[in-house]
Design a protein around this ligand. Structure first.
Ligand code: ZN
Ligand code: FE
Length: 253
């Protein structure tokens, strides 16, 4: 099985799991690019996986299921009218056409019931954990998002992180403001700039990359705590409060 990005909108990735004959798509915000890809590669759609209800992740599903009658997996507690297989924490799904299965993780914060799919050494985490960043808190609290990110960070270091958007360079710009002396971050910036100049996605990263460079996973690091304190003009150390501070800072950055 191979995992390839199909681009949608300006910076969305519809992650497409495929073999010689079949494909499954994660977060098809648009149908057209997916239908074009499937047609060009002569693949049959086997399943649709959604991480959360935002239109840039589910907007293409209704049209896709008119062409392919496939199961539509997604979070149980979010308004996704096309859903056929509602999921929550601990559920397992398998896509026999691709010989792959996934465990479902509840990762609320960006939205109320956002889920991730973990399997085959890969994590599909939508708009929760981004490459060098994290999603905005639209429906959840900082406590929830912090716990969700901690849950993802506990997966093996070599896990490949497939997030929903190409936001990496902008995220790195912010991460450098938080941790100007992080050498792993400078190395990542050089690498990811080269990738973007060549038109190559910076995603997937690995959890090891994220733990070394993503400020939202580093809320216990003295340098991150210091920067959060400078931003707030206060003295805090509790990681959830540090997280909340840098999330707020990023919103204004
Ligand atoms: Zn979203
Ligand atoms: Fe999104």
């Amino acid at each position: 099985m191979e995992i390839v990005p199909v681009k949608a909108f300006k910076d969305n990735y519809v992650w497409t799991l495929r073999n010689e004959t079949h494909a499954a798509v994660v977060d098809p915000g648009e149908a057209r690019p997916v239908l074009d890809y499937l047609g060009r590669e002569k693949l049959k759609l086997a399943a649709i996986l959604a991480t959360h209800h935002h239109p840039d992740h589910v907007g293409g599903i209704a049209e896709l299921v008119q062409h392919y009658r496939v199961p539509v997996y997604g979070p149980r507690n979010e308004p996704i009218p096309t859903l056929t297989q509602p999921l929550g924490e601990g559920d397992r799904i398998s896509i026999p056409e691709l010989g792959v299965s996934f465990t479902v993780l509840d990762i609320p914060g960006h939205t109320r019931a956002h889920i991730a799919y973990y399997g085959a050494g890969s994590l599909f985490c939508g708009d929760t954990l981004f490459a060098c960043g994290c999603g905005r808190l639209f429906e959840g609290t900082a406590e929830q998002m912090y716990a969700s990110l901690a849950k993802l960070a506990a997966l093996p270091d070599d896990t490949k992180v497939y997030c929903g958007h190409e936001y990496t360079l902008a995220n790195i710009g912010f991460a450098k403001a938080v941790e100007p002396d992080n050498r792993a971050l400078s190395a990542r910036e050089a690498r990811d700039r080269k990738l973007r100049e060549a038109g190559t996605p910076t995603v997937p990263s690995t959890l090891a990359d994220e733990k070394a460079t993503n400020p939202f996973l580093r809320c216990r690091e003295p340098a991150v705590i210091d920067s959060a304190n400078k931003y707030l003009g206060a003295r805090i150390a509790d990681p959830v409060r540090v997280f909340a501070a840098i999330r707020d800072w990023k919103n204004r950055f």
